[in-house]
Design a protein around this ligand. Structure first.
Ligand code: B12
Ligand code: SF4
Length: 635
């Protein structure tokens, strides 16, 4: 079930609305002297291929965006804590500027739900008179905001509010709460007042609780689907967020200072960057088009060039990953971005000459961009993650036949861009086939031959907010438990088989391991040493605009050697990643083989009644959610 659409023409904020709220907050911020901690939930059990490096070395854009928005709005006493680096962090121990913060925020993906809930629980241990306002946001609550309010009287805990939207919703919420905050009053008390007087109901993108018995809320009020910011140039400067990072440490509390700017690139060498958001395709297992209200939103080329320049100069970050859903979605807008970045390179701008940018796109759109690929490469795009899924098209058709995929690979490589296939394994796909190319290994073999250095295979998994989501549960496809082990969020990661009709799902689980082993292994490592796939045009190009005359030869040899050895290095990395993947998923395969599988019959939904404002249906309620009228009396 997808998020419901807003009314036609009412999907976006009015131009300038986000910029205006930022300005208004900046005017009142000095009066309030707020301290804020924003934590990124991360479950370390999810560390495996294909994301094992990016998951901890790329500083997530969500928390950073929220941190940037806070600083930009004048709330400079803000700290970002990544559980990726600070796994022992305990909200109950945090102190910022010598005090318990006024606001504690959490950002979480669906698969990191367990640590997200643990942090809320821990924050709820703080004395209620001093407890910060707890706000939860990010991809988890975009679709399942109700899950951050406990429905168990024996274990009561809850966020104060879930933000189902982006920066604007948070800024809007802060503005309303601060507008009624009396001097010396806690921000949480002001929030409660705003909530109880109905002031939050006019802010689409919130879910908050009302009433309480035995520690469990009586109902959740859903203020509806957010309006999106259309022009991403209105967002706060991402450079601000990088100054707020808590240094990696083993303690439960916070260090006195954030990571100094000159060390940020050391801890997080890959910078994620919002360039565009949205996608025109409608794959039934993907929530992205509906989340974006079928809108495509971009930053301008000038803005992106400026951000990259500053991120490079201030933090020495030169590897970037675009948070794009489909970078080539709109030719004109892509060319604006690429053209601007390429012009900077032509003019000899050092940061722009040095960067390497990776992002996601579809095969279909890559082919439409074929004559522009040299420009895209000049702009710094160096790797493209392509949604190949299953090339035979038996899973989904979005213009990715075998021929087209191979054509796109050849064009990209000829243009100096590394193609990275993202494959989706599913019940109907055999591991290997003799007479055609539909088998998983057949396809991987073809893609390797076509020049893939790195690849990912994921299992089709229920994704909240997608068209297929509810049906996956009601049809009994999704597992509830395997061999008596409940299916918890951290295994709903695309690496574990958690939804399948296969008679022997363990085979599917081991197929994924076999696919990786086929791609990353000692034999291929040796082959990569003698016949590397990484030697593509421009792979050894000089990226420095002004070559130092000294050491010119040495630099040239180094560049050539690293281009030559890159393929073998990726193989070594892949084998190490595979060892971790086997360690984490092999036992699951055994449970699938030996144990009984219990299936869901209905979709997990809120146990607490939900409603919209003015009695409207709640936008984020899934089928089976009680409404306040239906709620059984707890007397
Ligand atoms: C880059 C990316 C990754 C990178 C992340 C690296 C990193 N450390 O940053 C990598 C490649 C590692 C990755 C891996 C995975 N990813 Co990913 N990824 C993305 C992608 C393309 C961009 C993320 C991003 O930077 N977005 C930009 C930021 C600004 O957006 P945001 O995080 O949503 O934050 C905004 C709002 O959510 C909100 N917000 C966020 N936090 C908070 C907190 C508060 C308090 C408030 C008020 C608001 C708020 O405001 C922010 C600003 O607008 C998104 C899709 C997308 N376009 O967002 C998928 C996405 C996040 N990934 C997703 C998934 C499922 C995965 C994987 C499980 C693989 C898979 N099966 O597809 C793995 C998990 C790996 C792991 N162990 O964590 C899903 C998450 C779905 C969900 N409901 O949780 C997404 C949304 C794609 C999708 N299918 O819809 N991913
Ligand atoms: S092409 Fe990718 S982003 Fe677009 S709808 Fe399909 S899976 Fe989602």
């Amino acid at each position: 079930m997808e998020l419901p659409p807003r009314g036609r023409g009412d999907e976006l904020l009015k131009p300038g609305e986000l910029a205006a709220v930022r300005l208004r907050l900046r005017n009142i911020a000095p009066k309030h002297d707020l301290t804020t901690v924003i934590a990124c939930a991360f479950d370390h059990r999810t560390r495996m291929l294909p994301f094992i490096y990016a998951d901890t070395r790329m500083i997530p854009a969500g928390v950073r965006a929220i941190g940037s928005a806070m600083v930009d709005a004048g709330f400079t006493k803000t700290r970002i804590v990544l559980q990726q680096w600070n796994r022992n962090f305990r909200p109950s121990q945090m102190r910022l500027d010598g005090r318990i913060p006024d606001i504690f925020m959490i950002s979480s993906m669906q698969l990191h739900t367990a640590p997200c809930k643990a942090m809320i629980q821990d924050a709820c241990r703080i004395d209620p008179t001093r407890r910060p306002l707890i706000i939860v946001g990010g991809p988890k609550v975009m679709y399942e905001p109700w899950d951050v309010f406990s429905a168990k009287p024996e274990n009561p805990w809850a966020a104060d509010v879930a933000v189902t939207g982006e920066e604007y919703v948070l800024m809007n919420l802060l503005e309303v709460v601060l507008s009624i905050r009396a001097g010396g009053e806690s921000i949480r008390a002001a929030f409660v007042l705003a909530r109880d007087s109905g002031l939050l109901d006019g802010i689409p993108g919130l879910v908050y609780a009302r009433g309480e018995r035995d520690g469990v809320s009586d109902e959740l009020v859903d203020t509806g689907i957010q309006r999106l910011v259309g022009d991403l140039d209105e967002l706060a400067d991402p450079v601000l967020g990088y100054r707020l990072l808590e240094p990696p440490n083993r303690g439960g509390g916070l260090a006195s200072l954030a990571i100094p700017a000159n060390r940020v690139g050391r801890y997080g060498p890959v910078g994620s960057l919002v360039l565009t958001l949205g996608c025109k395709f409608v794959c039934p297992y993907c929530p992205i088009p509906a989340y974006n209200q079928r809108q495509y939103r971009t930053k301008s080329g000038d803005r992106i060039a400026e951000e990259i320049g500053r991120l490079y100069s201030e933090y020495h970050i030169r590897f970037f990953f675009g948070a794009d859903d489909n970078f080539f979605n709109d030719k004109e807008r892509t060319l604006d971005i690429a053209g601007t970045l390429a012009r900077k390179v032509d003019a000899g701008s050092r940061p722009h000459c040095k960067i390497r940018l990776g992002t996601e796109a579809t095969i279909h759109d890559t082919l439409l961009m074929k004559e522009h690929l040299p420009l895209i490469r000049r702009a710094g795009v160096w790797g493209l993650w392509l949604g190949v899924e299953d090339m035979s098209g038996s899973l989904v058709k979005k213009g990715q036949s075998t021929d087209k995929t191979l054509e796109a690979f050849a064009l990209l490589r000829a243009g100096g861009i590394f193609p990275v296939p993202m494959m989706m394994h599913h019940d109907a796909q055999p591991l290997y086939t003799r007479n055609d190319q539909s088998g998983l290994l057949n396809q991987i073999g073809l893609l390797r031959k076509a020049g893939a250095l790195y690849m990912q295979v994921m299992m089709l998994t229920p994704s909240p907010g997608s068209k297929l989501y509810v049906e996956t549960y009601t049809s009994g496809l999704a597992y509830q438990s395997v061999d008596g082990i409940p299916v918890q969020p951290h295994v709903v990661d695309g690496n574990h088989v958690v939804a399948s009709r296969a008679a022997s799902p363990w085979k599917t689980q081991f197929n994924i391991l076999a696919a990786y082993l086929y791609f990353y292994n000692p034999l291929r490592f040796l082959a990569a040493l003698f016949c590397p796939k990484s030697n593509i045009p421009l792979s050894d190009v000089e990226t420095s605009p002004i070559s130092p005359s000294r050491n010119k030869l040495r630099r040239r040899i180094l560049r050539k050697a690293s281009a030559y050895l890159a393929d073998a290095a990726v193989q070594v990395f892949g084998m190490w990643g595979l060892a971790n993947t086997i360690r984490r998923t092999f036992v699951w395969g055994l449970h699938l083989m030996r144990g009984k599988i219990k299936r869901h019959t209905c979709v997990p939904a809120s146990k607490i009644p939900m409603r919209g404002v003015d009695g409207a249906p709640a936008s984020h309620a899934l089928p089976g959610t009680p409404t306040p009228r239906e709620a059984p009396s707890r007397d």
